[in-house]
Design a protein around this ligand. Sequence first.
Ligand SMILES: Nc1ncnc2c1ncn2[C@@H]1O[C@H](COP(=O)(O)OP(=O)(O)O)[C@@H](O)[C@H]1O
Ligand SMILES: [Mg+2]
Length: 319
Amino acid sequence: MQLNQNKSKKRKVTPSDKHQLSISQERYQIPKYLTLNNQNINTSQKYQILEQIGQGSYSTIFIVENKLHGGYYAMKKVLQDPKQINRELEIHMSMHHPHIVPLRDHYFTIENKSKYLHLVMDLYQGNLKNAIRVPLKRVAKQLFQALQYLESQNIMHRDLKPANILYQSGNIYLADFGSSKKIDGSKSLSYVCSRAYRAPELLFGQIFYNTKIDIWAAGCILAELELGKSLFFGQNTVDQIVEICKLLGTPNELEKAELGCQFYIPDLQAKKLSMIFNNIVLNQKTDPLLIDLLSKIFVFSPSKRISTTEALQHPYFLQ
Ligand SMILES: Nc1ncnc2c1ncn2[C@@H]1O[C@H](COP(=O)(O)OP(=O)(O)O)[C@@H](O)[C@H]1O
Ligand SMILES: [Mg+2]
């Protein structure tokens, strides 16, 4: 996420924002009903690629048209690395929630001896990274509802960040299950989630963790939407821990044990969250109830960190 001192509402529109915004509803969301003579068309021929809209390290996202039934969709083409466990299809297929991107179809292709998975999803206009005016409380509520659902399915998203939350007309849709995992009692990689959103237990290298890592990331996202810049922005793992400690203070011995912290951390005093959110120079005053909710998310101990159900019952959402 770009560093920007202004509040998200006043963010400058970048060329990438403009690109996202060019995916206009007029061009791509009115279904065109095409009839093809050949009804036995196979799945890979069913979709015609129209435009590339995204590029990740393992995937490319396109706008496609369904030539059989009409309508425009997003298609994510993902390289299936045989050396890695590819959980994305199984997990995304099992997700059914109003704030999770619905998966409509999928198929595999082999190209130059490599296997690719194609995920066909509903198409949205943008994501929280490039969204301009975001109704924060509404977005926060939908995010916790989606996370509550994931928790009920024992799924950790493990890569929550603004770019992985699609946004359209005031609603969010959780996307990118490429790093997700079902909690099954097995060890997990601690090197998951982008650094700015990584929970302390991940930064300390824990290999047993749970859905509370996603709550931490959700807190970072909401803080970022409110501030217009990342809350914790370290240059490397140690720096990231220091950035967190500058706000939360040094973890105590019990917290260190729960986090699996084996390093020496210099003594740092905890600050009040309100000092960060209420900036007189920027004329910025954040809802005290949002600050209170965030203070219950930014807790070192995962077992003491607020749950999705508790978050949804927080007075911030009752107003
Ligand atoms: N269904 C969709 N509709 C519109 N844009 C999408 C959709 N799915 C993904 N994108 C865009 O493509 C980007 C990358 O998709 P993502 O699933 O996060 O892939 P990766 O695993 O490579 O990060 C997203 O940040 C978003 O901007
Ligand atoms: Mg992504």
